[in-house]
Write a protein that binds this ligand. Structure first.
Ligand code: SAH
Ligand code: SF4
Ligand code: F3S
Length: 475
């Protein structure tokens, strides 16, 4: 068991030492190529937290190659877009923004332009980037992030465009440098990929099969973050509840949480995303008895109608979902939920959509992430007849937002008078108030000094306007 881990480690070490040689090469070349005193990179990440975590690894690699970072693409020597493919709108935005770089490249031909992430894993997108965006120098997929030094070295030394797709399973899960964006909140990937193939979703195609990280590496990274003073650590995976599949050790997500929760310190553990079909009673029991896990779960239900759920290949029914909610509430009366919903799945009728409305009223989520169905080429749902017009779906969508708004306002009002421990995230420029997040992931604005930024504070909720909470510090 341990031997396999060591073997993986040796292989990884070999790969990383090869990349280290390329890093040295890029560092040297960039010294003369930069337009300023030192090489600057502009990195923009789209999409989910998984992509944000990848972006932090990309920045880690770039930092080791001597790059500093800028928010201005105009002054950058390297511009990189880390893209998302989950909905058409997200892709259109990226194409628009990449297109706009043409002018920068014209003004500064030495700038290196790179596009990576989930979009590039789709053949038709990679082809389009190749043909219609000749000023893009580097295109690479989600499995080969660790080879960025090699790709950059080839691009710079041979002055040629580089395309690298890579194989599913080629990704390096351990040992990559990370340049974290935050100082109080951090992401820890526990698994990558997805095996679920929900019929509307592109993620399994662009991220490959599920792979879990060895628990000892996760624990090591987690301990380090706690020791560095991080206050909120979010465990990431497309389906964290199936963590452990394929590992030598017999471990599930609930057990991983138990081990992490045992680490001493003043911090919170969050995690996303939980798939209802794999959410177990054991998971809720662990949360209920934990010291560091808020009584809060993001549990996407997608639709409240059994026929639609079946067509979506979600593998649970409305009743099974509600049973999970009931169980969680029985062991944690104060638990709160957020969720993801899709409106207008192909063939969904107005009556079926009403089941989604009734489900949100029944559960009373504190927040919903709502999406109009977007067909993704290559997925099963994209081939289904889709008779309802976009206009009609937009009307349903508006109904859903209105229903959720009423629920959120009610829930916010019920918070008035409560004393909450919040993690202070930032200062809202418009009001100059601090913004802190409660255990249940609600934002509370309150007056306070800068020394509280990134720290926990105890706040009494004094008002609720719409779903915005205001409060005051409690000594
Ligand atoms: N793995 C996570 C979420 C991945 S994508 C999960 O299973 O919950 C985030 C959300 O985007 C999904 O929960 C879903 O609500 C939405 N989504 C995914 N594909 C979509 C599509 N083709 N059209 C509209 N929304 C979609
Ligand atoms: Fe997509 Fe379903 Fe996998 Fe989530 S669980 S990433 S929605 S296929
Ligand atoms: Fe988007 Fe890829 Fe995440 S498609 S939602 S960035 S896994």
């Amino acid at each position: 068991m341990v031997e396999v881990a060591c073997l993986q480690d040796r292989e990884t070490q070999q790969i990383l030492s090869q990349q280290a040689a390329y890093m040295a090469d890029v560092r040297e070349r960039m010294k003369t190529r930069t337009r300023g005193d030192k090489p600057l990179a502009f990195v923009r990440t789209y999409g989910c937290q998984q992509n944000v975590a990848d972006g932090e690894k990309i920045k880690g690699l770039l930092a080791e190659m001597g790059f500093s970072f800028t928010d201005g693409p105009e002054e950058a020597d390297l511009i990189l877009f880390n893209t998302c493919a989950v909905r058409e709108h997200a892709e259109d935005r990226v194409f628009g923004n990449v297109g706009a770089l043409k002018h920068i490249k014209k003004r500064h031909p030495s700038v290196v332009i790179a596009v990576c992430g989930c979009m590039t894993e789709q053949e038709q997108v990679a082809q389009r980037l190749k043909k219609s965006f000749p000023f893009v120098d580097l295109v690479f997929g989600t499995h080969v992030i660790h080879r960025l030094p090699e790709m950059l070295s080839t691009c710079l030394s041979q002055e040629k465009r580089v395309y690298l797709h890579g194989e599913d399973g080629e990704e390096v899960l351990e040992g990559l440098p990370v340049r974290r964006d935050g100082t109080s909140r951090a992401w820890v990937t526990v698994m990558v990929g997805c095996d679920n193939f929900c019929s509307y979703c592109i993620v399994p195609y662009v991220r490959g099969r599920e792979k879990s990280r060895e628990p000892q590496f996760i624990l090591e990274e987690f301990r380090q973050l706690v020791a560095e003073g991080y206050k909120e650590i979010t465990l990431l995976g497309q389906n964290v509840n199936s963590y452990g599949k394929g590992l030598n050790e017999d471990i599930n997500f609930a057990e991983l949480l138990r081990r992490l929760d045992a680490v001493e310190g003043d911090y919170r553990i969050r995690f996303m995303t939980s798939h209802p079909k794999d959410a177990s009673k054991e998971l809720f029991d662990v949360i209920a008895h934990s010291r560091h896990i808020p009584h809060f779960i993001h549990l996407p239900f997608q639709s409240g109608n059994d026929r639609v759920l079946k067509e979506m290949n979600r593998r649970y029914t409305r009743e099974q979902y509600l049973e999970l909610i009931r169980y969680a509430r029985s062991v944690m009366p104060d638990v709160s939920f957020t969720s993801d919903v899709i409106v207008g799945f192909p063939g969904e009728t107005y009556e079926e959509f009403q089941d989604t409305l009734s489900l949100i009223r029944e559960v009373e989520f504190t927040n919903l992430f709502t999406f109009i169905y977007s067909p993704r080429e290559g997925t099963r749902a994209a081939k289904l007849p889709d008779p309802v017009s976009h206009e009609e779906k937009t009307q349903w969508f508006a109904q859903l937002l209105k229903a959720q708004e009423e629920i959120a306002v009610r829930r916010s009002q019920a918070m008035v008078g409560r004393v909450e421990r919040v993690l202070v995230e930032d200062r809202t420029p418009k009001t100059a108030l601090l913004s802190g997040r409660t255990a249940g992931s609600l934002m509370v604005d309150f007056p306070g000094g800068d020394e509280l930024l990134g720290q926990f504070a105890t706040v009494k909720v004094t008002g609720a306007k719409g779903w915005t909470l205001t409060g005051e510090l409690v000594e």
